[in-house]
Design a protein around this ligand. Structure first.
Ligand code: SAM
Length: 240
């Protein structure tokens, strides 16, 4: 079933696709009057629709039913990701969205090799990748990629979640399974470091702020592997 995100509520029982989405629905998918499609408000509500009318730059869709999207995880997951080198962030954003993350917050820490001057354009590109991934995998919530923050800001924001996990490559005592033995909160933050890992000072500051330092096992995972493994494990523990 074709899926599109819309940023408005229905008016008179109609939702309208415009721009690239209208082109995709009308010209690429060649949807015709009466055909079914799903429109999502990006906040977890799905609208079952049929095509009412196809115009040059718009596709009018009649809303037949409205219900919570069945594809969202039970937790609101935020991935705090240290900026990796090259275009690795594109892979990380795509996989994190497929796995069910709600928000991605890129941050700069001491060992980040990549330190781009202007990050706005990159954030725009990552948001585009997130939106495409969300459509492709059937998400009901449109995940947001936030502006790049400092490691201190990332720690402070992560600490606000009910479950705040700091994935530390030098953690020897607490495995992720032990940390989640008492359950997973409704809001979960996962903080992953860059290629060079975290400094001891960063790890100590995160724990002081209330994050739980956890290990993903005895092997050191690449910075693009770690978020995928961490998200999969947390989702599994949360029953998703
Ligand atoms: N040098 C490799 C690279 O270039 O990708 C390894 C990067 S690893 C240091 C990057 C981040 O992944 C770490 O800071 C940590 O957040 C996470 N990570 C990797 N392996 C981990 C493990 N076994 N336990 C916990 N976190 C891990």
């Amino acid at each position: 079933m074709p899926r599109f995100f819309v940023d408005r509520q229905p008016e008179n029982g109609l939702l309208v696709l415009r721009g690239e989405d209208a082109h995709h629905a009308g010209r690429v998918l060649r949807l015709r009057q009466g055909e079914a499609l799903t429109l999502c408000d990006g906040e977890g509500i799905d609208y079952d629709c049929t095509v009412e009318q196809i115009e040059k730059d718009a596709v009018l869709c009649r809303v037949r039913d409205r219900h919570p999207a069945a594809t969202e995880p039970g937790q609101r997951l935020t991935l705090f990701m240290a900026l990796p080198k090259g275009d690795k962030m594109e892979f990380i954003v795509q996989k994190a969205v497929e796995l069910g993350v709600s928000e991605i917050v890129p941050y700069l820490s001491q060992n980040c090799v990549s330190r781009p001057d202007k990050t706005e354009k990159k954030v725009e590109r990552w948001q585009k990748i997130a939106t495409e991934a969300a459509k492709q995998c059937g998400r009901g919530r449109l995940p947001r990629v936030r502006a790049v923050v400092t490691v201190e800001q990332a720690v402070a924001q992560a600490a606000e979640s009910e479950t705040a996990l700091f994935f530390y490559e030098n953690e020897k005592k607490t495995g992720l399974r032990d940390a989640l033995a008492d359950g997973v909160g409704r809001t979960v933050s996962l903080m992953i470091g860059p290629e060079g890992g975290f400094t001891l000072e960063e790890a100590e500051a995160a724990v002081r702020a209330g994050l739980r330092s956890v290990s993903l096992g005895t092997r050191i995972l690449r910075c693009e592997t770690a978020p995928v493994a961490a998200l999969a494990a947390v989702l599994y523990a949360g029953g998703n």
